[in-house]
Design a binder for this molecule. Structure first.
Ligand code: WTA
Length: 658
């Protein structure tokens, strides 16, 4: 079966199960946007005059200098709020403090070790951010320079992001699960001048070696001499670390004696706020660039629309700040909106598989936003972890990162939401900066498995390979026809790749890289990627990145990585390798797994490793990925995978028509 048929089959089965859930009357009465008419009115206004629509919203931001024009759009280059000056940390902090809300809780943090908990009010967070920003400035960090952040999920991670924003430094957060080689790649690509890290972090009771990984990254023999001059180290676990004189400084020493109030740097609307590396269809992750004013407006507006934020909400987004979801819906969106944010440091199954529900009972969050892969884990771990827990504080549930299968949606709705909480299935990407398609709670009737409709101001279209809109009901490439304030502004240091990846196949439109289909009600159904990007447990991984990691091992001659269906992770990584040396078997499988962990990180470690005498190829020499996907998924039977298999035989049986 081909990719298109598989996608069609997926949609058909989803549609069969699709049941429409109307918004609850109680929710709609109180929601910010409480009716479909209101939603349609906003969409119409945004479509009729986008500049007036965004102008009206941007005016609410605390400008240091007002913009002179709303939009300058010369595809693919865009400028929003031209000539304006603003500071994102002041949007998130100062304006709330100035409005008398300094005493409101900004962060509630729960550590993984039992009993660890801290809260920071907006005024306290403001002071911490100012002190740390002053410390960074004292080190010599200047506006426009890149600072990498490689930290556990602690309040200091949020402080570090906001402190960079305060002095105009561009942060590049690197997820704590990435290896030293991955850190070195990112530091090198961005010319980072400093790294903010911690001695370690807690993960399932074990200590992560964060500082050690940074040390190794800065000494990586596979990269040119590092551009990093300073390493700031938070003491988190107390584990022993080596401090390099003249380069390394403890966080607590850096902030000692710094002022609790530091004026924010007036940044241009289009100055970069952050870069975030994400996987694409080549071996090298790309640094997605987001800028200042448009991004923060998008993060705040979407947080308010989709999560219907109210003053008494406690918002829990379970994502790590190493991913875009953590940027936009842990740090920037909710804080810009003045909400209270709950952060948990550890894993959902540490010290036990009911940890999240224990936290819900204790902290009483009202909104819970997580990934479908987590929901499928909760289902697997069983009701004994949930029954008897008081989840009554929850009023709204969300999902992000991958499509949600209707079974998981129903479980989430029935068990966690007790059939009273609306579910928002939010489709978006690192590149889009914030949510693009999602139901509005209390307003949009939901169908399990569909991200429903675009937010006001978002203009999706489904097109064929010629760039023409497909017939209603047909699948095709998802594009955006109009710019939106939160859109990416480029790939760091690589304009060519930016144009080529997002703007060349369908000229003048943003190519999202997903296949999608619209149903008779106009609802969108995402049907997976058009490129070689995998979605493993909600994480974006490039097959080519995994292949490059494998062939960098001396035993491996050739490698092909594909995804295969997985109950919990959505997709698992299966690799096929031919060998230069070494014996196929479990020992070599272990070695290769360790090697990928070292090159990229634990998240990319292959689930299955198949050894092959040769890889099946087309006449023109291209690896037959479709056949490998079928083998990996067990749709084609082959024998014992720890000994050499000759897949070219299967290729010959099938013909060369890939
Ligand atoms: C997928 C995560 C279906 C999609 C915010 C997209 C989804 C990629 C959904 C971006 C959803 C994300 N339904 N698929 N609700 N949300 N995706 O950059 O393939 O880590 O292109 O951003 O995840 O992943 P990224």
């Amino acid at each position: 079966m081909g990719e298109a048929e598989r996608a069609a089959g997926r949609v058909a089965s989803v549609m069969q199960e699709a049941r429409v859930f109307p918004p609850s009357a109680e929710f709609s009465r109180r929601a910010r946007i409480g009716s479909l008419e209101e939603y349609r009115r906003l969409c119409a206004a945004a479509a009729a005059d986008p500049e007036a629509f965004w102008d009206e919203r941007a005016r609410e931001l605390p400008w240091i200098r007002p913009y002179t024009r709303v939009l300058d759009w010369q595809p693919p280059d865009v400028r929003w709020f031209v000539d304006g000056r603003i500071n994102v940390s002041a949007v998130c902090l100062d304006r709330h403090v100035a409005a008398g809300r300094g005493g409101k809780t900004a962060l509630v943090w729960v550590g993984e070790p039992a009993g660890e908990r801290r809260t920071l009010s907006y005024a306290e967070l403001h002071a911490e951010v100012c002190r740390f920003a002053a410390g960074l400035r004292a080190l010599g960090v200047r506006p426009g320079q890149v600072v990498s952040i490689y930290m556990p999920m602690t309040p200091e991670l949020v402080v570090a992001m906001l402190a960079c924003a305060r002095i105009g430094a561009v942060h590049s957060v690197i997820f704590g699960g990435f290896s030293s080689e991955a850190i070195a790649d990112r530091n090198h690509d961005a010319n980072a001048v400093a790294v903010i890290t911690a001695d370690g972090g807690w993960r399932r009771g074990a200590q992560l070696n964060l500082k050690k990984n940074v040390d190794q990254a800065l000494a990586s023999p596979h990269h040119p001499p590092t551009t990093v001059k300073h390493v700031v180290v938070l003491r988190r676990t107390g584990q022993p670390v080596e401090m390099v004189a003249g380069r390394d400084v403890w966080w607590h020493d850096l902030v000692a004696g710094q002022p609790a109030d530091l004026p924010p740097e007036p940044m241009d609307s289009e100055d970069p706020l952050f870069i975030l590396y994400t996987s694409g269809s080549t071996g090298k992750p790309k640094g997605i660039k987001h800028t200042t004013a448009g991004y923060i407006l998008w993060a705040q507006t979407t947080a308010e629309w989709v999560f219907d934020l109210r003053d008494d909400d406690l918002f829990w987004c379970t994502a790590d700040c190493g991913w875009i979801t953590g940027h936009s819906y842990v740090t920037y969106g909710p804080l810009a909106a003045g909400a209270s944010v709950l952060i948990y440091e550890g894993a959902p199954n540490a010290p036990h598989e009911g940890r999240f529900w224990e936290i819900v009972e204790q902290e009483r969050p009202t909104i819970f936003y997580t990934a479908p892969t987590a929901i499928r884990s909760f289902m697997k771990w069983g009701m004994q972890h949930i029954t008897g827990r008081d989840l009554s504080s929850l009023r709204l549930l969300g999902t992000v990162g991958e499509g949600i299968n209707p079974e998981a949606w129903m479980w989430y709705h029935d068990v966690i939401g007790a059939r009273r909480c609306p579910i928002v299935d939010t489709w978006w990407q690192t590149e889009t900066g914030g949510i693009m398609m999602s139901p509005l709670p209390g307003c949009t009737p939901t169908k399990p498995g569909s991200c429903t409709l675009p937010l006001p101001g978002v203009s999706p279209q489904i097109v064929d390979a010629a760039g023409d809109p497909v017939e209603p009901g047909e699948g095709g490439w998802l594009v955006m026809t109009r710019p939106w304030p939160g859109m990416l502004r480029g790939v760091w240091g690589d304009d060519e790749r930016f144009r080529e990846t997002y703007w060349s196949k369908v000229p003048g439109k943003y190519l999202a890289g997903d296949n999608a289909r619209q149903d008779a009600d106009g609802y969108y159904w995402i049907m997976g990627r058009i490129d070689d990007v995998l979605n493993v447990a909600g994480h974006r991984l490039s097959t080519i990145e995994i292949e490059s990691a494998l062939v960098s091992h001396p035993s491996v001659a050739e490698a092909a990585a594909v995804g295969r269906p997985h109950d919990v992770k959505g997709e698992a990584v299966a690799v096929f390798v031919t060998l230069r040396s070494g014996e196929p078997g479990e020992a070599l499988q272990d070695t290769l797994r360790r090697h990928v962990r070292q090159q990229i990180g634990a998240l990319a470690v292959p689930d299955d490793i198949h050894f092959a005498a040769a890889l099946p190829k087309t006449r023109s020499g291209k690896i037959m990925r479709r056949l490998l996907r079928d083998i990996a998924a067990g749709r084609e039977t082959v024998g014992d995978t720890t000994t050499l298999e000759d897949y070219t035989v299967l290729a010959n049986l099938r013909g060369h028509d890939e």
